[in-house]
Design a protein around this ligand. Structure first.
Ligand code: MN
Ligand code: MN
Length: 459
């Protein structure tokens, strides 16, 4: 099937223009004004609408903790459907080996969960928990299988030592990949949790108190020092604080290649979410936690001035029933929340429509930069001739409220419930096929694994 996207506002790598996009098969065949319509081509009128390259979510956790009481609500079917309906055509999820197991075992497991179930395309970041010669020797095999990005943690039980972080960054970097890091000081978090409990603070309000900004700042500082010594480019995932941002900027000023991801929750929510009545605030127990207004404003400035490179959701959906595992003790509340469907609308509304960022910056954050950093550019992340026709047609003329009633996540709440958003994802094309039409999914299960190459660094 061929499509002619007619008379839209096109956000291309060369700028924003009004024109047409001709698709042939799974590729973009032509971009221009008043393109002729070949025989057998279906016209999609894009007048008054935005035509964007499909969004890439750099950070999801679908079907996490599988089989355990704290399993996520979204599996690969519902998670990727939710992503698709929100204008995300590719997600990068975190494959995680069991302790002591090979990277290959995790890759095989994640493939088996996603294949045949995914409604958007997908790739995997590989989590490094252990480090030894066998793991090191697996890295080239991962690259051959299209996995070029890694993740380590400085918090939680799966946290690695500074020496392992160093070895991982060095080895991944030598293969042209990038290592992302969850930057919180795990020991300080555990200490903070103990302190809160000793004071009798057992509700969700104690969650942010146990992991204040200093806990992130220390880990960002340490990770950047480790990366400097290892000599590799690194990515700080879900950056939440002004202090962390300042440390990253200082490192960049010294010439260090540092990439920064933040998430909609650090731009749209603040720590007042921990003052909700009863156990409501458990919905907002995610890590790092929602921060102060000052942090929120600093991150928006960084989104606008180019300091932030990508915005991923950290979609990690637990139902309110699963959140209740921590009803008597906040440290038992599973960390995470949904949001994979809301990212484009939130960033369009509170970024573009609010006058904080332009359309080109929006596309950089949600599509182009993720494609570059994670080895997919320019086949994906660009509205350009010869690129894959993963495309979003966005209608900015509609005002709606976010609601679990209309979104597609299997989670029973949406953290942005009731929030007013400008615009809606009208149509999504996945590999040149219409997967969403008039805001509704019309083709599911079209998602394919994206074999990724090395990072294309720009810092
Ligand atoms: Mn994390
Ligand atoms: Mn995460």
């Amino acid at each position: 099937m061929s499509f002619l996207l007619k008379n839209g506002t096109l956000v291309t790598p060369g700028g924003v223009l009004t024109g047409d996009v001709l698709l042939r098969g799974e590729r973009i065949a032509a971009i221009g004004s008043h393109l002729p319509c070949p025989l057998g081509t279906e016209v999609l009128d894009c007048t008054g609408k935005l035509v964007l390259p499909g969004c890439i979510d750099t950070h999801t956790h679908f079907e996490m903790n599988k089989g355990l009481p704290n399993e996520t609500a979204d599996d690969w079917a519902s998670g990727t459907l939710s992503a698709l309906c929100g204008g995300t055509t590719t997600v990068l999820d975190f494959a995680e080996p069991e302790r002591g197991a090979s990277l290959q075992s995790a890759l095989d497991t994640w493939h088996s969960r996603a294949e045949g179930h995914a409604s958007c395309n997908y790739g995997f970041h590989m989590t490094i928990k252990d480090w030894n010669e066998a793991i090191r020797a697996e890295l080239p095999a991962m690259a051959k299988q299209g996995v070029s990005s890694y993740k380590i943690y400085l918090a939680y039980q799966l946290r690695v030592s500074d020496a392992v972080a160093y070895e991982a960054v060095k080895a991944v970097s030598a293969l042209g990949g990038v290592t992302g890091c969850h930057c919180e000081n795990g020991e300080l978090v555990e200490l903070g949790v103990k302190e809160q409990k000793a004071r009798g603070n057992l509700g969700p309000r104690a969650h942010p108190a146990a992991r204040p900004p200093a806990v992130e700042a220390e880990a960002v500082c340490r990770y950047l020092a480790i990366a400097e010594r290892a000599g590799g480019a690194v990515n700080v995932v879900h950056l939440s604080t002004k202090r962390g941002l300042e440390l990253a900027r200082a490192a960049r000023d010294r010439g260090q290649p540092v990439y920064l991801e933040t998430c909609p929750q650090y731009l749209l929510l603040d720590d007042s979410v921990y003052d909700l009545p009863g156990f409501e605030s458990a919905k907002y127990v995610f890590s790092p936690p929602a921060r102060s207004r000052e942090d929120v404003e600093a991150l928006w400035e960084a989104v606008a001035d180019g300091s932030i490179d990508t915005v991923g959701t950290d979609h990690c959906s637990f139902t309110t029933e699963v959140k209740a595992l921590g009803r008597e003790d906040f440290s038992g509340i599973p960390n995470g929340m949904p949001g994979v469907e809301d990212r484009l609308r939130l960033l369009y509304t509170y970024g573009v429509a609010a006058g904080r960022i332009g359309l080109e910056r929006l596309v950089e954050l949600l599509s182009a930069n993720p494609a570059r950093l994670f080895g997919m550019w320019p086949l994906r992340g660009a509205l350009a001739v010869d690129s894959i026709a993963d495309i979003v047609i966005y209608d900015p003329n509609i005002t709606e409220r976010i609601s679990t009633k209309t979104n597609h996540s299997a989670c029973d709440y949406d953290p942005y419930e009731g929030m007013e958003v400008r615009g809606r994802v009208d149509t999504v094309l996945l590999g040149g096929e219409v997967a969403v039409s008039e805001g509704k999914p019309v083709r599911t299960g079209l998602g394919r694994f994206v074999h990724r190459g090395g990072a294309q660094f720009w810092r």
